[in-house]
Design a binder for this molecule. Structure first.
Ligand SMILES: [Fe+2]
Length: 265
């Protein structure tokens, strides 16, 4: 059976603005490779490191930088049928509610300018970070927690319990495709598969960083999930759910969109 066209909502392919792709040429080559492996649409999400952008003007400058570099890429991608459709978002580092509050009301921040924010808490968790989820949801936005399988949790905190809690508060959980194959390390690999068993995977994305981190494959993740009897889940988390997230409108009244059921298929 042919896999569906995938939607990728986490990558670092805006050229020259973060630790991802370094040039327009590199980004175009990566995008062509991603299209060839079945990605029909992609929202690219440069790091927005809020704690390092201390002032309002620093934040404005950074967002303008993202926008200009993305426009340059989009111009270069015009009329290229061998590339996915592309949109701009951000991967927002927000360790606490006061940080995420700086962007929740901004219509220029969000995945494809929609209502969902892609948020990371920092690799070494300092607490539950539940205040970030609450603040985002209370502001009427959706929140996608980036790669929870890769965090180092506080001693005494069971990662799956913490993930359940974020989800109860309204977050969606996004696993990196590479985690299923042990691309990062064995701990995140085990946790990613435990999340599958626990029905905690809502979305799977590449977190592609350009040539520096090529080889993260949605098609392989699809194959790995399907190989373990999770074809329906694979279609949900790689195609349907990310497609809905990207289309979710800022003006939508109903915030509830996509939720993995964890059902094997
Ligand atoms: Fe990322």
């Amino acid at each position: 059976m042919q896999p569906p066209l995938f939607t990728d909502l986490h990558s670092h392919l805006v050229p020259g603005v973060d630790d991802g792709s370094g040039s327009v040429e590199e980004s175009l080559a990566c995008l062509a490779a991603l299209r060839a492996e079945g990605i029909g649409a992609l929202v690219t999400t440069p790091h927005l490191l809020l704690p390092r952008l201390a002032t309002a003007s620093a934040l404005e400058r950074e967002l303008a930088l993202h926008r200009e570099a993305f426009e340059e890429l989009a111009q270069a991608a015009v009329d290229r049928a061998d590339l996915p459709a592309i949109g701009l978002g951000q991967e927002i580092w927000a360790p606490d509610a006061s940080q995420i509050r700086r962007v929740t009301r901004r219509t220029d921040v969000g995945l494809g300018r929609g209502r969902y924010l892609l948020v990371e808490f920092g690799f070494d968790l300092r607490g539950t970070h539940e205040d970030v989820v609450r603040e985002t949801v209370d502001a009427g936005r959706g929140i996608v927690v980036a790669h929870p399988e890769r965090y180092r949790y506080l001693p005494g905190v069971a990662p799956l319990d913490q993930m359940h809690r974020w989800r109860e508060l309204g977050a969606l959980l996004q696993v990196n495709a590479g985690s299923f194959s042990g691309y990062y390390d064995v701990v995140s690999e085990k946790l990613a598969w435990s999340m599958v068993e626990a029905g905690l995977v809502d979305l799977v994305s590449t977190d592609h960083h350009g040539n520096r981190r090529a080889g993260v494959s949605l098609r392989e993740a699809y194959g790995a999930l399907a190989g373990r009897g999770e074809r329906r889940l694979a279609e949900q988390v790689l195609a349907r759910a990310p497609g809905q997230v990207v289309r979710a409108d800022l003006t939508a009244e109903d915030g509830e969109v996509v939720r993995s059921t964890g059902a094997a298929g």
